[in-house]
Ligand binder design. Sequence first.
Ligand code: SF4
Length: 766
Amino acid sequence: MNDESGIGEPGVEIKKTMCWPSPGCHCNCGLLVKVKDNRILDIRGNPDFPYNRGAVCAERVPHFVQWLEHPDQLMHPLKRRGERGENLWERVSWDQALDEIAAKLQDLKARYGAECLSTIEGTYRSDFYPIRARFLNLFGNPGNVGAAGTACACNKVALSFALAGTTLPCVLAPPIKRLNCLVLLGRDYWAANPVRRRPMRRWREQNPGAKLIVVDPRRTEMAKMADMWLQIRPGTDTALLLAWMHVIIERGLYDREFVERWTHGFDRLKERAAEYPPERAAGITWIPSEQIVASAVAYAGNAPACIMSGLAPDQLGRNATRVEQAKLCLHAITGNMGGKAPGLAPEGPGPVVDGVMAIRDSMLQMAELCSPRQRARQLGSDRFKLMTWPAWERMNALYQETYGIPLPMSGHSFTAPEPAIWRSIVDGTPYPTKALITWGSNPLLNAANTKMVYRALKSPNLDLHVVLEHFMTPTAMLADYVLPAASKLERGTLSTMEDFTSVLVAAERAVAPLGERRTDYHFFRELAIRLGFGEHFPWETEEDLYNWRLAPLGITFKEAATKRYVITSSEPWTHETINPRTGRPTGFATRSGKFELYSNLLEELGYDPLPCYEEPPESPVRTPEIAAEYPLILINGGRFLPQFQSEHRQLGMGLREQHPDPLVEIHPDTAARLGILEGEWAEIETPRGSIVMKAHLAGGIDPRVVHAEHCWWFPEQPGAEPSLHGLWQSNVNVLTTDEPDACDPLTGSWPGRALLCRMRPVSPPA
Ligand code: SF4
């Protein structure tokens, strides 16, 4: 496979592509794909690709040919006949679909304003977000982009822009091999990032003195490898981290030099941390105070040290983003932000090669077209301000001044909270959303409060719903048009990862799109042409666009994708780098020019400027009356292989077969008390509804906690209503809430975890 000639077979080519965004996961593994006559013969890891060095996960990659050739893959545009959910469709051409969609959008815009359109997007299943942003800004839309990212990592990125003025490696991808201490906070590399298993093992073997601390209510595979496992009460992570700060400051274990030179607000943070002695935090978190002290000392005493949080803390509702704030403050006071921890320094934009920067996403977004009047109309921005225009405008001014380019608003660190979009459809408040473009997302499964999402998608108020997909999902069942989208195997990639990184990643496509599948770029460009602003999309194909983005560096897309893979800056741009614009150290793009332990931005937006702990919206402490009836704490969303979020549920490609049924993890003592048996079906009920899953008895979970798998649906069940492919049977979001008061006041992130439930044994579903 490493032989570019295709091991001598006539007509065989080896294509250098990537596993992300679909059908793979976010580990961004490079692949070598053997192709003949536009058919994939074999897929292996690319040994030269820097992120995976030839490794791929055995659970998924061997099945991707079956995935691509699965008979249920969508191959033609479909238009609804009958009612939404009747599963009656007619095949139409792309031109007909695009003409009709454009005409409808034009008409709705004339009647309701450009704000009547929203988009719904999944967990980074495309790299064309800057193209969507450009499209929306040209359309006149205020940025009504609903995305899973609000409750999945992107709130962290928004916060790092607020506190550090840029992104930080500890938010997304720290250099593990350089660390002396790694703290995993609600993160299970084993299941979520399978190709990190090997580097993790190697790090443990080669650094016997390095510490691994795992904070998780479950004894995950990572917890089994750890030096310390802190079995935390779900939803209380901020209290733990504030107690760590208390210990570190009280014992003088912080980095005085970094604190004095590069941070703002240490004394105020010290006062806040003083409110959380370990004994108090022990009562909140269920972690013994001696373990809190020992882990704090281990973290502070083993630089370079990194706290890596998963998306579990992002899904805690009211306290979600505060976990990350406490974490970043810990990084700053312990100096794990450059200096003695060079791999953890803030990352300025890039790649910058010999003083020249490639075209980043933010240079495509055209945010300047969105007027102040329209910005004020972005859904949810009056209440949830950290990921919407109120924060963006302030942060952008500082970012522009520091780096000379716009702050990204095209990725999911900038979103209209989805709960606001659903309510705008259902209630018409504050104004009606009449059109929805859902692409790379399945909100009936991945969004909180499925009943609300269902009401919105079935609402007669919604005049147009377009879905771009690979397979017919429950959400696609409720569309007016379903358009077949090209997967990563069928299109090239050039990405700065939403501008969250300073690198450009490039990969070529393996095969030409099958059937009539088209790229997301094609969709937005063709719509733009029909809506009268096609001149702003002069690149006929995405490859033309990629070549234009790379032109400042003098590199072609072909060269980038087949020889370079990951283009990095010639020198990292950190806070200590002399800024060519000022001749002084760059510092942090914040009002103080420093990392803000006391956040001026949060204060300006009306929030507590310091990290603060708040009980989950439902808990034995906050709502004892609910806990009396629903005594178990429900968590969900922990990854499981080989599925990825709501994908890979189809039978017949060897993926679902590895993990055929939805599982709920429960402690054996709790199960025995409730009469629930291993492998038998059980009902999980919250005040909002009930579902069923198979019980899996696991001694490593706290007896007061249960963990339900997420995003379960069943393509083998009927597509038409009322089934919608078994939407209501085991979908954990039937149990969750998206009530605005339960959401994170900073971002609108909804609480998928740390809710209350009860369980009982039931008969198998029909
Ligand atoms: S871990 Fe597996 S699915 Fe994810 S990108 Fe790597 S090879 Fe693909």
